[in-house]
Design a protein around this ligand. Structure first.
Ligand SMILES: Cc1cc2nc3c(=O)[nH]c(=O)nc-3n(C[C@H](O)[C@H](O)[C@H](O)COP(=O)(O)O)c2cc1C
Length: 177
């Protein structure tokens, strides 16, 4: 079975596109087909040693959810289900999509909720990322001067995404090698 599970939330499809691109890059021996978190279960996540989790930010710095106007349930509804789950020995890497021009005060802030929840569930979170090369004023997802995961802006900096993804995947590759 593939070692890496890829789960994403999305409303307009950009976070799914990135998930697919990650799966293609890793190949089917390593990564399973990406799953929209609205169709996921906690047991489904626990099947993998390594999880790559993607989320856009909606509202003002919020997770996608019915409350933020997402068309379906998403991370906002899923994360509470993880309460009490044990991800000891599991590795989690997070990526987040946002828009630094329209939302410079909450750029990719939703990543922090995944980071906090999986840390509380004893997972090892890897893949923190430099804030250089972005223009924003605040992000909840910056801890100790670095993003807790890969920040992507497919609206303002779409051309930078392939290179950022390549670098980030190379960085976290030791977790499945
Ligand atoms: C109503 C609305 C609110 C948003 N709020 C934020 C935000 O607080 N921070 C941010 O970085 N991006 C924000 N965005 C930008 C989205 O995160 C960005 O468009 C993302 O690529 C959407 O991903 P998706 O296509 O997977 O749904 C917002 C977009 C919309 C439409």
């Amino acid at each position: 079975m593939a070692k890496v599970g890829i789960f994403f939330g999305t409303d307009t499809g950009k976070t799914r596109q990135v998930a697919k691109s990650i799966a293609r890059t890793l190949g089917s021996e390593i990564a399973a087909k990406p799953v929209n978190v609205r169709n996921a279960t906690v047991e489904g996540l626990l099947e993998y040693d390594v999880l790559i989790l993607g989320t856009p930010t909606y509202g003002e710095g919020a997770l996608p959810s019915l409350e933020t106007g997402n068309m379906t349930e998403s991370w906002g509804e899923f994360l509470p289900k993880l309460k009490g789950a044990d991800f000891s020995g599991k590795t989690v890497a997070i990526y987040g999509l946002g828009n630094q021009e329209t939302y410079p005060h909450e750029f990719v802030s939703a990543m922090i909720f995944l980071y906090q929840t999986f840390t509380e569930c004893n997972a090892t979170v890897v893949g923190d990322w430099s804030t250089e090369g972005y223009e924003f004023t605040h992000s909840e997802s910056v801890v100790d001067g670095r993003f807790v995961g890969l920040a992507l802006d497919n609206e303002i900096q779409k051309d930078l995404t392939p290179e950022r993804l390549t670098q980030w995947l190379a960085m976290i590759a030791p977790t499945w090698q």
